[in-house]
Design a binder for this molecule. Structure first.
Ligand SMILES: *Cc1c(COP(=O)(O)O)cnc(C)c1O
Length: 222
């Protein structure tokens, strides 16, 4: 079995008592590995690619909460809208409108996180502070048009660097963007800061993460 039960227990112990959610990132890993972690009690799983997620989902138990953590194109929302629990990578009003429309077709409400960009890497997706600001403003003005969306919080990634001061600083920026956003959405259950991966989740927790997305520590390297 490729799944590391001891890592799973250790991570759970760190998260327990702090009310932090573990999303097990199963991208590129076979259904059998997901079943193995499910058998240990894990229910939240994260995937990055729409096609991979739609292939795996029907083969696995219906009580899994699927988190879409990759970059989502508007034209692909319809494929995951019937079952996805949370979409972490919302980075535009257009995408939010499409999620709302597709969720409505299935009489569902989909939890969403707004992705912010704080890392040095040019390639990372997400909004800067100004873009986040204008999305929040428009959403607050048109909130009744988004009945099938629940805005749950903010998602972000730190730079890939060994410099822990840089990583800590970026996580602190994500938390600060969360804290600035929350009071502007009093009708939303804004309660989630999704930050931290296998290499940096301990720092993320110290900086206020409420949800960590961990892949390789649980499933082995990809
Ligand atoms: C792959 C991925 C993860 C998990 O990465 P690991 O380093 O394997 O823990 C977390 N978040 C996002 C957005 C990812 O793409």
């Amino acid at each position: 079995m490729a799944v590391s039960e001891s890592n799973y227990r250790n991570i759970q112990q760190q998260l327990d008592g702090n009310n932090i959610t573990l999303v097990a990132v199963s991208k590129t890993k076979p259904v059998a590995d997901i079943e193995a972690l499910y058998a240990l009690g894990q229910r939240d799983f994260g995937e990055n690619y729409v096609q991979e997620l739609t292939e795996k989902q029907p083969q696995l138990p219906a009580d899994i909460r699927w988190h879409f953590i990759g970059h989502l194109q508007s034209n692909k929302v319809k494929y995951i809208a019937p079952f996805v629990y949370m979409i972490h990578g919302v980075d535009s009003l257009k995408l939010l409108q499409e999620i709302n429309k597709q969720a409505a077709k299935h009489q569902r409400v989909i939890d969403c996180l707004l992705q912010v960009h704080v890392a040095k890497e040019e390639t990372k997706f997400g909004m800067d502070a100004g873009e986040l600001n204008s999305l929040l403003q428009t959403f607050a003005q048109q909130e009744s048009a988004f009945a099938h969306i629940r805005l749950r919080g903010i998602m972000g990634m730190a730079s890939f660097t060994d410099d822990t001061a840089v990583v800590r600083n970026e996580f602190a920026t994500i938390r600060s963007l969360f804290q600035q956003s929350k009071p502007r959405l009093p009708n939303q259950p804004f309660d989630t800061i999704s930050m931290g991966m296998s290499g940096d989740y301990t720092l993320a927790i110290e900086e206020g993460s409420t949800l960590v997305r961990i892949g390789s520590l649980l499933f082995g390297s990809r």
